[in-house]
Design a protein around this ligand. Structure first.
Ligand SMILES: [Zn+2]
Ligand SMILES: [Zn+2]
Length: 263
């Protein structure tokens, strides 16, 4: 066996002993229309069984027209979390939300009520968001779709999309920016610069493939930290991190920069 082969075997062994300490991106049945399949109680039981120290239940924000949590149920979800927390004193359960970017001004569905309920705020771009204006709907959905076929339009859209995300990052107290680069193309350098300034964690999403290897390499040039999110919609995938870790390793990222990975 050659030197390099041995090296990679060692790396593989190291990866095998790694685990997630916390999973901050989990959808429950409070993400509407059966988008999340498991209840908060089922998720907590599974996470506890896996030995996670901390989890966050982060259903889609109310601005998602298909899967968003009903605003009137946020209090109920929080009460269930409080009750469930008592059953697992050694595992912290946070209540959060995965908010939506709603327009090119960087408006999101994070409002006073959301802030009041939530311990942690995630935010990302989703195609099912209730866009604030018809023009933004057109830009986000239609133009971004065509941008894939037209180089000039692509660069225009990257600039516009990035501006929207950066504005949202500057405007709101966001803890984690979810799957940057997913759904719409963005300028990762600009996003990472803003994340550095605003101390926002960049997510390496285990389900969506973003940040991907190249995006991690770009973002790593800035003084930012990363978080792996399972983005699980069923209890079975809570705490899963293999795809995200693979991308981070391939990007050559110093794994101690991933805040919820136990190395
Ligand atoms: Zn998402
Ligand atoms: Zn999600």
């Amino acid at each position: 066996m050659g030197f390099f082969e041995q090296d990679s075997q060692e790396d593989r062994n190291k990866e095998r002993y790694m685990k997630l300490r916390a999973d901050y991106h989990i959808h429950s049945t409070y993400s509407r229309n059966r988008h999340g399949k498991s209840t908060i109680e089922e998720i907590a039981a599974r996470a506890y069984e896996m030995g996670l120290e901390e989890i966050a239940i982060t259903d889609h924000g109310p601005g998602h027209y298909m899967f968003g949590i009903k605003r009137s149920l946020m209090g109920e979800a929080k009460d269930i979390i409080k009750k469930t927390q008592k059953k697992y004193p050694n595992m912290k359960i946070l209540y959060g939300i995965e908010a939506n970017i709603l327009d090119y001004e960087g408006t999101t569905d994070i409002d006073g009520e959301v802030m009041e309920h939530c311990d942690i705020i995630l935010c990302g771009f989703h195609l099912g968001a209730l866009f604030s204006t018809a023009g933004d709907f057109w830009n986000f959905l239609v133009k971004n779709k065509f941008a894939g076929y037209n180089k000039r339009l692509y660069s225009v859209m990257v600039e516009k999309n990035t501006r929207a995300v950066v504005k949202a990052m500057n405007k709101y107290k966001i803890d984690i920016l979810t799957h940057p680069g997913d759904k719409i193309p963005v300028d990762i350098d600009m996003i990472a610069q803003t994340a550095e300034k605003m101390k926002i964690l960049l997510e390496i999403n285990n389900s969506h493939g973003h940040l991907n290897r190249d995006e991690i390499m770009k973002a790593a040039k800035y003084d930012v930290r990363f978080v792996i999110g399972s983005d699980s919609h069923t209890k079975e995938s809570v705490g899963h991190f293999e795809n995200a870790l693979k991308a981070a390793v391939e990007a050559g990222l110093d794994l101690s920069r991933i805040i919820n990975l136990e190395v």
